[in-house]
Design a protein around this ligand. Structure first.
Ligand code: ADP
Length: 228
Protein backbone atom coordinates (compact mmCIF):
# COMPACT_ATOMS: atom_id res chain seq x y z
CA UNK A 1 0.00 0.00 0.00
CA UNK A 2 1.26 3.48 -0.89
CA UNK A 3 2.10 5.93 1.89
CA UNK A 4 -0.50 8.65 2.25
CA UNK A 5 0.76 12.19 1.69
CA UNK A 6 -0.96 14.98 3.61
CA UNK A 7 -0.89 18.47 2.24
CA UNK A 8 -1.42 21.57 4.31
CA UNK A 9 -4.50 23.73 3.85
CA UNK A 10 -2.62 26.77 5.16
CA UNK A 11 -4.57 26.68 8.44
CA UNK A 12 -3.22 24.70 11.36
CA UNK A 13 -6.70 24.30 12.83
CA UNK A 14 -8.04 22.93 9.55
CA UNK A 15 -5.05 20.62 9.12
CA UNK A 16 -5.61 19.23 12.61
CA UNK A 17 -9.29 18.68 11.86
CA UNK A 18 -8.27 16.68 8.78
CA UNK A 19 -5.68 14.64 10.63
CA UNK A 20 -2.79 16.48 8.98
CA UNK A 21 -4.14 17.91 5.74
CA UNK A 22 -5.78 16.98 2.45
CA UNK A 23 -4.81 13.37 1.77
CA UNK A 24 -3.71 11.51 -1.32
CA UNK A 25 -5.36 8.25 -2.44
CA UNK A 26 -8.86 9.64 -2.01
CA UNK A 27 -11.34 12.29 -3.03
CA UNK A 28 -12.10 15.11 -0.61
CA UNK A 29 -15.27 17.05 -1.31
CA UNK A 30 -16.00 20.53 0.01
CA UNK A 31 -19.60 21.62 -0.14
CA UNK A 32 -21.44 24.51 1.38
CA UNK A 33 -22.78 27.97 0.85
CA UNK A 34 -21.54 30.57 -1.62
CA UNK A 35 -18.41 32.48 -0.46
CA UNK A 36 -17.64 30.03 2.31
CA UNK A 37 -14.05 29.48 1.14
CA UNK A 38 -14.18 26.33 -1.00
CA UNK A 39 -12.51 27.98 -3.99
CA UNK A 40 -10.01 29.90 -1.85
CA UNK A 41 -8.93 26.58 -0.36
CA UNK A 42 -8.46 25.21 -3.89
CA UNK A 43 -6.23 28.20 -4.73
CA UNK A 44 -4.22 27.71 -1.54
CA UNK A 45 -3.78 24.01 -2.33
CA UNK A 46 -2.49 24.93 -5.80
CA UNK A 47 0.47 26.44 -3.98
CA UNK A 48 0.90 24.26 -0.89
CA UNK A 49 0.84 21.15 -3.08
CA UNK A 50 4.12 22.34 -4.57
CA UNK A 51 5.86 22.82 -1.23
CA UNK A 52 8.45 20.23 -0.21
CA UNK A 53 7.11 17.50 2.05
CA UNK A 54 9.23 18.93 4.86
CA UNK A 55 6.93 21.98 4.71
CA UNK A 56 3.74 19.90 4.69
CA UNK A 57 3.52 20.01 0.92
CA UNK A 58 3.34 17.33 -1.74
CA UNK A 59 6.32 18.31 -3.90
CA UNK A 60 3.91 17.95 -6.81
CA UNK A 61 2.13 19.60 -9.69
CA UNK A 62 -1.51 20.57 -9.94
CA UNK A 63 -4.28 20.08 -12.44
CA UNK A 64 -7.18 22.45 -11.83
CA UNK A 65 -10.38 21.48 -13.57
CA UNK A 66 -12.52 24.55 -13.64
CA UNK A 67 -16.12 24.20 -14.79
CA UNK A 68 -17.23 27.51 -13.29
CA UNK A 69 -14.53 29.92 -14.44
CA UNK A 70 -13.48 30.58 -10.84
CA UNK A 71 -9.72 30.05 -11.18
CA UNK A 72 -7.83 33.34 -10.66
CA UNK A 73 -4.14 33.18 -11.56
CA UNK A 74 -3.64 36.57 -9.86
CA UNK A 75 -4.77 35.03 -6.54
CA UNK A 76 -1.91 32.53 -6.80
CA UNK A 77 0.71 35.30 -6.67
CA UNK A 78 0.21 36.51 -3.05
CA UNK A 79 -0.41 32.95 -1.87
CA UNK A 80 2.89 31.80 -3.40
CA UNK A 81 4.67 34.79 -1.81
CA UNK A 82 3.20 33.95 1.57
CA UNK A 83 4.73 30.47 1.34
CA UNK A 84 8.04 31.93 0.11
CA UNK A 85 7.72 30.52 -3.39
CA UNK A 86 8.30 32.08 -6.79
CA UNK A 87 4.82 32.89 -8.20
CA UNK A 88 5.86 32.35 -11.83
CA UNK A 89 7.29 28.93 -11.12
CA UNK A 90 4.22 28.01 -9.08
CA UNK A 91 1.87 29.04 -11.92
CA UNK A 92 3.91 27.02 -14.41
CA UNK A 93 3.09 23.93 -12.37
CA UNK A 94 -0.67 24.49 -12.42
CA UNK A 95 -2.27 22.94 -15.46
CA UNK A 96 -5.60 24.59 -16.11
CA UNK A 97 -8.42 22.65 -17.63
CA UNK A 98 -11.26 25.02 -18.34
CA UNK A 99 -14.39 23.15 -19.15
CA UNK A 100 -18.05 23.90 -19.24
CA UNK A 101 -19.98 21.16 -17.57
CA UNK A 102 -21.55 20.19 -20.87
CA UNK A 103 -18.05 19.39 -22.09
CA UNK A 104 -17.34 16.86 -19.37
CA UNK A 105 -16.97 14.31 -22.09
CA UNK A 106 -13.82 16.14 -23.24
CA UNK A 107 -12.52 16.22 -19.68
CA UNK A 108 -12.38 12.48 -19.72
CA UNK A 109 -9.86 12.66 -22.50
CA UNK A 110 -7.78 15.13 -20.48
CA UNK A 111 -7.99 12.90 -17.46
CA UNK A 112 -5.97 10.26 -19.25
CA UNK A 113 -3.01 12.63 -19.11
CA UNK A 114 -3.36 13.56 -15.48
CA UNK A 115 -1.32 10.77 -14.01
CA UNK A 116 1.82 12.91 -14.11
CA UNK A 117 0.20 15.31 -11.71
CA UNK A 118 0.11 14.90 -8.02
CA UNK A 119 -3.02 16.74 -7.16
CA UNK A 120 -6.23 17.34 -8.93
CA UNK A 121 -8.69 20.04 -8.04
CA UNK A 122 -12.12 19.86 -9.43
CA UNK A 123 -14.33 22.90 -9.24
CA UNK A 124 -17.66 21.57 -10.23
CA UNK A 125 -21.15 22.92 -9.93
CA UNK A 126 -23.72 20.36 -10.80
CA UNK A 127 -27.23 21.36 -11.83
CA UNK A 128 -29.85 19.83 -9.60
CA UNK A 129 -31.54 18.08 -12.47
CA UNK A 130 -29.22 16.09 -14.64
CA UNK A 131 -30.09 14.38 -17.84
CA UNK A 132 -29.06 10.76 -18.01
CA UNK A 133 -26.19 11.38 -20.40
CA UNK A 134 -24.59 14.01 -18.18
CA UNK A 135 -25.18 11.87 -15.12
CA UNK A 136 -23.40 8.92 -16.68
CA UNK A 137 -20.48 11.07 -17.86
CA UNK A 138 -20.06 12.58 -14.42
CA UNK A 139 -20.09 9.16 -12.76
CA UNK A 140 -17.50 7.89 -15.24
CA UNK A 141 -15.27 10.89 -14.67
CA UNK A 142 -15.41 10.51 -10.87
CA UNK A 143 -14.67 6.83 -11.12
CA UNK A 144 -11.66 7.65 -13.27
CA UNK A 145 -10.48 10.26 -10.74
CA UNK A 146 -10.77 7.70 -7.93
CA UNK A 147 -8.59 5.29 -9.88
CA UNK A 148 -6.01 8.01 -10.58
CA UNK A 149 -5.92 8.92 -6.88
CA UNK A 150 -5.28 5.33 -5.89
CA UNK A 151 -2.89 4.38 -8.65
CA UNK A 152 -0.69 7.48 -8.67
CA UNK A 153 -0.98 8.57 -5.04
CA UNK A 154 -2.81 11.74 -6.07
CA UNK A 155 -5.07 13.89 -3.92
CA UNK A 156 -8.36 14.97 -5.44
CA UNK A 157 -10.13 17.96 -3.95
CA UNK A 158 -13.45 18.93 -5.43
CA UNK A 159 -15.92 21.62 -4.60
CA UNK A 160 -19.65 21.27 -4.81
CA UNK A 161 -21.80 24.33 -4.52
CA UNK A 162 -25.06 23.76 -2.71
CA UNK A 163 -27.83 26.26 -2.36
CA UNK A 164 -28.30 27.88 1.03
CA UNK A 165 -31.92 28.16 2.11
CA UNK A 166 -33.35 31.46 3.44
CA UNK A 167 -33.41 30.09 7.01
CA UNK A 168 -29.66 29.71 6.90
CA UNK A 169 -29.61 25.95 6.48
CA UNK A 170 -28.17 24.09 3.60
CA UNK A 171 -29.96 21.98 1.03
CA UNK A 172 -27.61 19.11 0.44
CA UNK A 173 -29.92 17.75 -2.15
CA UNK A 174 -33.42 16.51 -2.45
CA UNK A 175 -33.21 12.72 -2.04
CA UNK A 176 -36.07 12.30 -4.49
CA UNK A 177 -34.25 14.05 -7.30
CA UNK A 178 -31.43 12.48 -9.27
CA UNK A 179 -29.15 15.35 -8.31
CA UNK A 180 -25.50 15.57 -9.26
CA UNK A 181 -24.77 16.10 -5.59
CA UNK A 182 -25.48 12.44 -5.03
CA UNK A 183 -22.94 11.36 -7.60
CA UNK A 184 -20.31 13.57 -5.99
CA UNK A 185 -21.18 12.48 -2.46
CA UNK A 186 -20.89 8.85 -3.45
CA UNK A 187 -17.45 9.35 -5.04
CA UNK A 188 -15.93 11.32 -2.16
CA UNK A 189 -14.28 9.60 0.80
CA UNK A 190 -14.11 12.72 2.94
CA UNK A 191 -16.96 15.23 2.83
CA UNK A 192 -16.45 18.65 4.37
CA UNK A 193 -19.19 21.20 4.94
CA UNK A 194 -18.13 24.85 4.76
CA UNK A 195 -20.07 27.79 6.10
CA UNK A 196 -19.61 31.40 7.09
CA UNK A 197 -18.93 32.16 10.73
CA UNK A 198 -18.71 35.45 12.62
CA UNK A 199 -17.24 38.34 10.66
CA UNK A 200 -14.51 37.10 8.37
CA UNK A 201 -14.40 33.70 10.01
CA UNK A 202 -15.22 30.53 8.13
CA UNK A 203 -16.14 27.16 9.60
CA UNK A 204 -15.35 23.70 8.24
CA UNK A 205 -17.19 20.70 9.63
CA UNK A 206 -16.33 17.09 8.92
CA UNK A 207 -19.62 15.91 7.49
CA UNK A 208 -18.70 12.38 6.53
CA UNK A 209 -15.30 10.67 6.80
CA UNK A 210 -14.40 7.13 7.83
CA UNK A 211 -11.43 8.09 10.02
CA UNK A 212 -12.22 11.56 11.30
CA UNK A 213 -14.39 12.72 14.20
CA UNK A 214 -17.34 14.96 13.28
CA UNK A 215 -15.76 18.13 14.62
CA UNK A 216 -15.35 21.65 13.32
CA UNK A 217 -12.47 24.03 12.72
CA UNK A 218 -12.48 27.80 12.33
CA UNK A 219 -10.26 29.38 9.68
CA UNK A 220 -9.84 32.69 7.86
CA UNK A 221 -9.53 33.72 4.25
CA UNK A 222 -6.62 36.12 3.86
CA UNK A 223 -4.76 37.71 0.98
CA UNK A 224 -2.21 34.93 1.35
CA UNK A 225 -4.88 32.23 1.15
CA UNK A 226 -6.43 30.05 3.86
CA UNK A 227 -4.96 30.73 7.31
CA UNK A 228 -5.82 30.58 11.01
P1 ADP B 1 -16.89 29.58 -2.43
O1 ADP B 1 -17.15 28.76 -1.21
O2 ADP B 1 -18.14 30.12 -3.04
O3 ADP B 1 -15.99 28.88 -3.41
P2 ADP B 1 -14.69 31.40 -2.14
O4 ADP B 1 -13.68 30.39 -1.83
O5 ADP B 1 -14.67 32.02 -3.49
O6 ADP B 1 -16.15 30.86 -1.85
O7 ADP B 1 -14.56 32.51 -1.01
C1 ADP B 1 -15.01 33.79 -1.23
C2 ADP B 1 -14.58 34.63 -0.05
O8 ADP B 1 -13.17 34.77 -0.06
C3 ADP B 1 -15.19 36.00 -0.07
O9 ADP B 1 -15.86 36.20 1.15
C4 ADP B 1 -13.99 36.93 -0.17
O10 ADP B 1 -14.17 38.02 0.68
C5 ADP B 1 -12.83 36.09 0.30
N1 ADP B 1 -11.62 36.48 -0.40
C6 ADP B 1 -11.35 36.33 -1.70
N2 ADP B 1 -10.17 36.86 -2.02
C7 ADP B 1 -9.67 37.39 -0.87
C8 ADP B 1 -8.49 38.10 -0.52
N3 ADP B 1 -7.57 38.41 -1.44
N4 ADP B 1 -8.33 38.47 0.76
C9 ADP B 1 -9.23 38.17 1.68
N5 ADP B 1 -10.38 37.52 1.42
C10 ADP B 1 -10.60 37.14 0.17
Amino acid sequence: RKAVVKITTGSQALDELLGGGIETLQITEAFGEFRSGKTQLAHTLCVSTQLPTSMKGGNGKVAYIDTEGTFRPDRIVPIAERFGMDPGAVLDNVMMLLSHSILLVCMQRWLKNLSDYWWVFLELTIPNKLNLYFFQKLAQMLSRLTKIAEEFNVAVYMTNQVIADPAGGVFISDPKKPAGGHVLAHAATVRLMFRKGKGEQRVCKVFDAPNLPESEAIFQITGGGIAD
